[in-house]
Design a protein around this ligand. Structure first.
Ligand SMILES: O=C(O)c1ccccc1NCC(=O)[C@H](O)[C@H](O)COP(=O)(O)O
Length: 205
């Protein structure tokens, strides 16, 4: 979210949570001052999620103190020890490189290192971007037999109104996350695209 009208349109369309990117090099980057109006526009019962990528602890702490997000979401190589030092629940995001098996990165290692994560988010890192890439990944790599009751697992990466229902029936995620697929340009959401996306989610099997 970068605009108050997009916060309102997303909440009105029924989104459970809205993301705010505190990654300076992102096309959707927010400063604390720029985020204040957005957080003030958040209605009750919709969760605010502050996104980071290998941040300094002091930056995370400042965002918590100034804006009081409900959840943190970490998109880089943050360890479990780093993530759990903050007085907020967190989601650990990861790319499909953690699923490839046979490499030094293994999905089970990621989960073991983040025992206090409230959930995990599996995203596409195919374009080299560590979030907001608009690229899908091969959903057949989704962890087999994953138990969303024990570890909620959210699907992200290149989702749109056209593919989200197929994605949901393919992997049965705990939730879905979208950014580029409801935008007209980076950071600028479309109320029509948001409504269409949410409608497809709500009618998915
Ligand atoms: O959105 C960004 O610019 C971003 C930058 C750095 C780290 C994470 C970022 N976004 C993370 C998200 O949760 C996106 O919603 C997710 O990656 C899906 O993006 P998209 O493929 O564009 O739907």
């Amino acid at each position: 979210m970068t605009r108050v009208e997009d916060v309102r349109a997303s909440a009105a369309a029924g989104a459970d949570a809205l993301g705010f990117v505190f990654v300076p090099k992102s096309k959707r980057a927010l400063t604390i001052d720029a985020a204040r109006d957005l957080f003030d526009a958040m209605p009750p019962f919709v969760q605010s999620v502050a996104l980071f990528l290998d941040p300094d602890a002091a930056w995370v702490q400042s965002v918590i103190e100034e804006l009081a997000p409900d959840l943190l979401q970490f998109h880089g190589n943050e360890s479990g020890a780093f993530c759990r030092q903050f007085p907020r629940p967190y989601i650990k995001a990861a790319g499909t490189d953690w699923l490839s098996g046979g490499t030094e990165r293994r999905w089970s290692d990621l989960i073991d290192d983040h025992p206090t994560a409230r959930g995990f988010l599996l995203d596409s890192h195919e374009t080299g971007a560590l979030g907001g890439s608009g690229a899908t990944f091969d959903w057949s790599h989704w962890p087999k037999g994953h138990d969303n009751d024990r570890q909620p697992l959210i699907l992200a990466g290149g989702l749109t109104a056209a593919n989200v229902a197929s994605a949901i029936s393919a992997v049965h995620p705990y939730g879905v996350d979208v950014s580029s697929g409801v935008e007209v340009s980076p950071g600028i959401k479309s109320a029509e695209k948001i409504q269409e996306f949410m409608s497809r989610v709500n009618h998915a099997e």
